[in-house]
Design a binder for this molecule. Structure first.
Ligand code: GDP
Ligand code: GDP
Length: 438
């Protein structure tokens, strides 16, 4: 998405979807009148004057009791806000400010995003001004009276809004994929890099006086752009003066942090070592997509079982990255090297994937149906009310439950397995947040 994003925030029933539908014109989403209906965030294209933008309706939820469920709304709003250039807080002019509006406003006041305040349901111009005036108390500046249904007042609001949006050209059109190549010394990282880039171009001659730190290399395949991170660090031969293990692993950790996806390179001759496990652990902690690249496959004597035995041994030693694809390559002969980039692309797709709330709740419903949550000694049973994906990269699913401590590790693993089995997410770690009030 290259257009600037405008997040529409507000408690349920103030008219967010009506407003979003008005901005987006014909290509509308549906307004739900029944309370209790869950919705996903909907992204719609909108324009005002000569400016285009994307509006996102944060109204993922409608509940009867907004105070109890304010955290849910905040969760949705937070995600939308993190990618927004501006936000509009929508309030209901007919009911006047209430404590939920105040809570949302006080939270919005400390965010970095510019916020405009729209007072909806102000159909009559004279009354509207009076209704709107009551909302000065929210401390978000001038309240704009509007009617989402009739469209009145929205022009002034949008004139102000577009002042806060960046020009479209400022936003990169097609984003590159950032790849870190990590692994112990001698596993073949530089050889792999050379295989990607082509021998002759791989030789970097650093301009004297510039630091040799963090030089990246760029490659392109099939319209995708890839940035290979810190290739200076990869090419630098195990320098005797720095030569400690600590140095290289620290450098690897930094590269992992900057990446979208990590190629964890393993030497087929050595198998998985403690250091490889340490790197894998870090990849999981940082929530990066990952591909296990077993290099020097040419040097292994093979029969028909070799690859399966090898795969099994890998899974045992790298069980916390069991979601990662494994590929057996030879940087020296070039065998399957190009295939790595295909896996990179698909892993990054998983990493950035967003699954709709309805699908997540279908999986949950099924999972709970087959295997109900544990009952604690006191006789109370864990209950999962609802789940929703709150962020991507890595995909993060929040589960709202009665009491998170009622769900033991076994059950948590079971639920994660269900998400994996039903939804895939090959190549990326996923995170599950167990959220409760206790
Ligand atoms: P959301 O929960 O914030 O997305 O709210 P909806 O867009 O679903 O609207 C909630 C209710 O308010 C619906 O019954 C709408 O018809 C009504 N509504 C929305 N905008 C206006 C408006 O400008 N004026 C009036 N009078 N009612 C409105
Ligand atoms: P780095 O320290 O991880 O960058 O590893 P290098 O790329 O410098 O490779 C270390 C050694 O392994 C060199 O002698 C390479 O020739 C050798 N090597 C790298 N890739 C392969 C491979 O696919 N097959 C074989 N047989 N040797 C390789």
């Amino acid at each position: 998405m290259s257009l600037p994003v405008v997040a529409i925030i507000g408690r349920p029933n103030v008219g967010k979807s009506t407003f979003v539908n008005r901005l987006a014109g014909e290509q509308t989403a549906i307004v739900h009148d029944e309370p209790g209906v869950t919705r996903d965030r909907t992204y719609l294209k909108a324009f005002w004057r000569d400016r285009e933008f994307t509006v996102v309706d944060t109204g993922g939820l409608i509940f009867n009791d907004d105070t109890e469920f304010l955290p849910f709304i905040r969760q949705q709003a937070m995600t939308a806000l993190s990618e927004a250039s501006a936000a509009i807080l929508l309030v209901d002019g007919q009911t006047g400010p209430n404590s939920s509006d105040e809570e949302i406003a006080s939270w919005l006041r400390v965010q970095k995003v510019p916020v405009l305040l729209a007072v909806n349901k102000c159909e009559s111009p004279e009354q509207g001004l009076m209704q709107a005036a009551e909302f000065w108390s929210l401390g978000l500046g001038e309240p704009y009276p509007i009617s989402a249904i009739h469209g009145s007042g929205t022009g002034d609001l949008l004139d102000e809004l577009i002042n806060h949006l960046p020009m479209v050209q400022d936003i990169p059109e097609n984003e590159e994929i950032k790849i870190a190549i990590v692994g112990r010394p001698n596993v073949g990282k530089s050889s792999l890099l050379n295989a990607f880039v082509g021998e002759e171009r791989a030789i970097v001659s650093p301009i004297s006086g510039t630091t040799r730190d963090a030089i990246d290399t760029f490659i392109e395949r099939d319209g995708h752009k890839y940035r290979l991170i810190d290739t200076a660090g990869i090419r630098r031969k195990k320098s005797i003066e720095y030569g400690t293990e600590f140095f290289s692993i620290n450098r690897a950790f930094k590269a992992i942090r900057r990446s979208d996806v990590v190629l964890l390179v393993i030497d087929a001759l050595d198998g998985v070592t403690d250091q490889d496990q340490k790197l894998a652990g870090r990849i999981v902690d940082e929530g990066r997509a990952c591909i296990i690249v077993v290099n020097k496959w040419d040097a292994i004597e093979k029969d028909s079982h070799t690859i399966y035995d090898y795969q099994k041994a890998l899974e045992e030693r790298l069980h916390f990255t069991e979601w990662a694809d494994t590929i057996f390559v030879s940087a020296q002969t070039g065998q399957r090297v190009e295939k790595i980039l295909e896996l990179v692309t698909s892993s990054v797709e998983s990493h950035r994937r967003r699954v709709s709330t309805s699908v997540i709740n279908e999986v949950l419903e099924d999972a709970v149906h087959w295997h109900s949550p544990p009952v604690s000694r006191g006789g109370r049973q864990g209950k999962i009310y609802y789940g929703t994906q709150v962020t991507t990269a890595p995909p993060t699913i929040a589960l709202f439950v009665n009491e998170s401590k009622r769900f033991n590790d076994n059950y948590r693993r079971y639920i994660e397995r269900q998400f994996r089995q039903q939804l895939g997410f090959k190549g990326t770690p996923i995170r599950i947040l167990w959220r409760s009030k206790k």
